[in-house]
Design a protein around this ligand. Structure first.
Ligand code: IPE
Ligand code: IPE
Ligand code: MG
Length: 238
């Protein structure tokens, strides 16, 4: 088992590779997304034992609308199904769920389910699961800047008080600590617009495993490796 003292408090995951997983099996891409959704449950459940308090997962990016209408519609249906099916389990397992991203473009039925799940699990504190849905780091920063400008316009904020400590209060993630570890599956070594501001000092793990193959054992291995890393935050180690 992992050493809890060295465990990353906040792990963020770019869940990539569902399409390739399905392709390898000559199945439609959506089959991969369904297999991926199953892993989410397993990974969330593994968090308490690994000492991970916050888990943030990238489910749909602001760029993913560029995919075929069939895939986008299938994903939206899957998100609704996931929330309906998992709500009670998440509640019982002590998971508090939050969503980040722009909800404006999402269908009202999905937004209602998202709001409902946030409300249902609001008193939980064992694991904090944040699902990034229609999320883009640049979009989030731009929306934050818009809200900040509005506060200045209303006389609620002095431009002189805008700094790297006040600005993140306007981000979707304002209640969360920054991620200690960001994992991307499927072998791609890029961040694809995920948590741009928040991951400034995160450790990164790019692993070849495709998301539907990311078992709790693989998760435990990656979390273990984090324990031996030396984080410096710009300082010289003493
Ligand atoms: C990640 O898997 C899931 C989403 C982006 C919704 P992909 O669908 O990107 O899988 P690949 O990268 O095509 O294999
Ligand atoms: C990132 O994966 C988004 C999610 C995992 C939701 P993509 O598959 O969309 O990223 P790119 O297009 O390969 O950069
Ligand atoms: Mg991909």
């Amino acid at each position: 088992m992992s050493d809890k003292k060295k465990a990353p408090e906040h792990v963020a995951i770019i869940m990539d590779g569902n399409g390739r997983w399905a392709q390898m099996r000559h199945r439609p891409r959506l089959v991969g997304h369904h297999a991926g959704a199953k892993r989410v449950r397993e990974v969330v459940r593994a968090c308490p034992d690994l000492g991970v308090k916050y888990l943030t997962i990238f489910a749909f990016s602001t760029e993913n609308w560029k995919r075929t209408q069939t895939e986008v519609a299938g994903l939206m249906k899957l998100f609704k199904r996931y929330i309906r099916r998992e709500a009670e389990n998440l509640l019982e397992e002590g998971v508090r769920v939050r969503f980040i991203g722009d909800r404006v473009k999402l269908e009202p039925a999905l937004v209602d389910l998202m709001d409902g799940l946030e409300l249902l699990t609001a008193d939980n504190d064992k694991v904090h699961l944040t699902i990034a849905l229609n999320y883009g780091g640049r979009d989030e920063v731009a929306r934050a800047a818009r809200r900040l400008a509005h506060d200045v316009e209303m006389g609620n904020l002095n431009p002189r008080d805008v700094c790297d400590e006040t600005f993140p209060k306007y981000l979707d993630t304002h209640v969360l600590p920054d991620p200690d570890l960001v994992i991307r599956t499927s072998g791609e070594a890029r961040i694809s617009n995920f948590l741009l501001w928040q991951s400034a000092y995160s450790e990164y793990e790019f692993i070849d495993t495709l998301w539907p193959d990311f078992t709790s054992d693989v998760f435990a291995e990656v979390v273990d490796r984090f324990g031996v890393r030396e984080r410096r935050f710009g300082a010289v180690p003493v």
